[in-house]
Design a protein around this ligand. Structure first.
Ligand SMILES: [Zn+2]
Length: 218
């Protein structure tokens, strides 16, 4: 799954997490830091680069993803990948690893919004320190869902936004072409209201031909 910052991916996934217990998420950074915290050699090998926000070698990411699949509970019916794959060799790695593990990867979901829409959303949004919910405007002092304090996301500065947007643009055309050629590309219009975006993402993820992990596999 991909999209520029401010496309509504995190908000939608947070809501989907709550309603779909069979959904699991793989984030290169989050999973790597978890492995590092657990003292796993692979996590320790990635730790420094992750903390410095540097890119990991494709080999490390490949091993990390294989480790994730290895640990996956049989309850999981669908995995959403975030921040992976991020180049064409990683796309090949992903499909090969999935094949090795008997896992189907059939959908690449891109949530699109124009750059100026993304920029103003990110400048205005606030994040709940309690439950992770995001609000569109800066006016709420407390989270409407849990009452937690609302703050700016640490990387929602103009510089942080520009860096993440450039990063997205640098890779998304390649990924679109790669998955488009394989009839695996699913685009979601992120300019629609949040509940419609959420429904469109859910439909894209749970479309009949995108169910990626038959329960019997692992
Ligand atoms: Zn909250």
């Amino acid at each position: 799954m991909s999209g520029p910052p401010g496309a509504g991916k995190s908000t939608a996934l947070l809501a989907l997490d709550r309603h779909h217990p069979d959904l699991s998420r793989f984030g290169v950074r989050d999973y790597g830091l978890r492995l590092a915290a657990a003292g796993h050699p692979l996590g320790l090998a990635m730790r420094e680069a992750l903390l410095r926000q540097e890119l990991l070698s494709n080999e490390l990411v490949r091993l990390e993803f294989a480790h994730f699949l290895d640990q996956l509970s049989t309850e999981v019916g669908l995995v959403v990948l975030e921040g992976y794959p991020r180049d064409l060799p990683q796309c090949d790695d992903l499909l090969r690893t999935a094949l090795d593990w008997g896992v189907r990867v059939t959908g690449f979901v891109v949530v699109t919004v124009p750059d100026d829409v993304a920029r103003s959303r990110v400048a205005n949004r606030r994040l709940c320190t309690g439950c992770g919910a995001t609000t569109a405007g800066p006016e709420a002092a407390a989270c409407p869902a849990c009452g937690g304090a609302m703050v700016r996301r640490r990387d929602d500065t103009a510089v942080g936004f520009a860096r993440r947007l450039a990063d997205y643009h640098a890779i998304v055309d390649d990924l679109r072409a790669y998955f488009g050629e394989r009839a695996m590309l699913r685009e979601v219009d992120g300019t629609r209201p949040a509940d419609e975006v959420r429904a469109a993402i859910r439909d894209a993820l749970y479309a009949e031909d995108t169910v990626s992990l038959p329960p019997a596999v692992r």
